[in-house]
Design a protein around this ligand. Structure first.
Ligand code: HEM
Length: 410
């Protein structure tokens, strides 16, 4: 999840952390992150499997796990490693409501997960697909004849933002303002602007909830405000937490993943040609690229003292979980840096693992498959525009801010 605290923080090493386990690593502003965040985090492997990062801006010091086995253990042991407060968006505006169900632990988490699950099943996503395809095609057609585009602003970002807006039943005319909020909340380096965006989005979502309560329709926002758990309507902070999570959960993740996929294919024309010739390979290629380019980092907080792989952690310690490190672990995947569309058993961590496994994974996968399918069918071999700016970043969601593509126009 995105960085939410002022930068840089004061280094912090608690008394129980042995000096030999302290290692600085900047997931946010490390210059190597702007070259390739995946190579940058990959360098952590083979040194200390678990280390204490004293200057983590989100947690003011935290443990960092580098091995997929430890990551899997933490994600599947919520009774010890809690998700409460992990994203921290409400903290940005001095509040403490949870993103629902992400920042909840079982058993409470389970009720909300079950409530939301039917909205995002493969069957539900099938119903959305025609509108998602149309959205992709419209965006591509707007740039196709130009022979070039800045990918993130032309497609990577407006595509998932548009899908979110139609899920929520919001009018297309509000797209520019949503794009502005998305940028300010997730990408603006100025903390004051970020906080203002967080508050503006919160107020907008509260207004949306009130409006749908008064005039329910068949959209997702109406479903949420009229839903019940154990015969009781949802509390206002839970409604807000769900709407907020849908806003932040499905925008940056899809946009950032698409950025890395399109960059990889621009730099590997043979794989681009392979998918163009064999579109039936696209769903598996998406899976392999989600593994290779897992963009999310999240965290858990120890609910009690615990020893993990020989390392003593104390109640209250934060543990950073970087999904890219899990997917690039050679103990879990052979030749992990290779993008191999024929790879078998791609059980990656890109959508997390355990009780918080991404609820939007079917929609996310389908959006990305549709994006590839429609681009490959309409646009000939694309490549990075020589000499143009390529702006890549690390942080809570690894991503690409600016990437110019070009292709030949007949
Ligand atoms: C490429 C696209 C996506 C990626 C890589 C992704 C990744 C993730 C990850 C890693 C988590 C778990 C975080 C944690 O355990 O702390 C998560 C949870 C979640 N995601 Fe996604 N996501 C994507 C798309 C979406 C979309 C499109 C939606 C909604 C429409 C969505 C909704 C959610 C929700 C609701 C959760 C919380 C599940 C729970 O706590 O039980 N995601 N996602």
């Amino acid at each position: 999840m995105p960085d939410t605290l002022p930068y840089p923080p004061a280094p912090f090493v608690p008394a129980h952390v042995p000096a030999e386990l302290v290692q600085e690593f900047d997931f946010y502003r490390n210059p190597q992150m702007s070259q390739c965040p995946f190579q940058a985090v990959g360098q952590l492997r083979g040194k200390k499997p678990i280390f204490w990062n004293p200057s983590d801006p989100q947690s003011a010091g935290c443990w960092v796990l580098t091995r997929s086995e430890d990551i899997r253990h933490v994600l599947t042991t919520p009774e010890i490693f809690s998700s409460k407060g992990e994203a921290g968006f409400s903290g940005l505006i001095g509040e403490s409501w949870d993103m629902v169900p992400l920042e909840m632990d079982p058993p409470e988490h389970e009720d909300y997960r079950q409530l939301l699950h039917p909205l995002l099943t493969p069957k539900a996503v099938n119903k959305l697909a025609p509108a998602v395809i149309k959205r992709a095609v419209d965006l591509i057609e707007a740039v196709r004849s130009k022979g070039e585009c800045e990918f993130m602003s032309s497609f990577g970002t407006p595509f998932p933002v548009g899908v979110f807006m139609s899920l929520m039943g919001l009018p297309e005319s509000q797209m520019p303002i949503f794009l502005e909020w998305e940028y300010d909340l997730l990408h603006n380096p100025d903390m004051a602007v970020k906080a203002t965006a967080a508050l503006t989005i919160k107020n907008y979502l509260l207004e949306l909830a009130a409006e749908r309560r008064a005039n329910p329709t068949d959209d997702l926002a109406s479903f949420i405000v009229t839903a019940q758990i154990n015969g009781e309507p949802l509390a206002d902070d839970k409604v807000l937490g769900i709407l907020y999570l849908f806003f932040v959960g499905g925008l940056d993740t899809v946009a950032s993943s698409l950025g890395f996929f399109f960059r990889h294919l621009a730099e590997h024309p043979e794989q681009q040609a392979e998918l163009r010739a064999h579109p039936e390979k696209i769903p598996h290629a998406v899976e392999e690229m989600v593994r290779r380019f897992s963009v999310v980092t999240s965290r858990r907080q120890c609910k009690e003292d615990v020893v993990l792989s020989g390392v003593q952690m104390k109640k209250g310690d934060w543990v950073k979980v970087n999904y890219a490190l899990a997917g690039l672990d050679p103990e879990a995947f052979e030749n992990p840096y290779e993008v191999n569309f024929e790879r078998k058993n791609v059980r990656h961590f890109g959508f997390s693992f355990g009780p918080h496994f991404c609820l939007g994974s079917h929609l996310g996968r389908r959006e990305m498959a549709i994006a590839l399918q429609e681009w490959l069918a309409r646009v000939p071999q694309w490549r990075l525009k020589p000499g143009a700016k390529l702006d890549v970043h690390g942080g809570g969601v690894f991503g690409i801010e600016h990437m110019e593509l070009e292709w030949d126009v007949a």
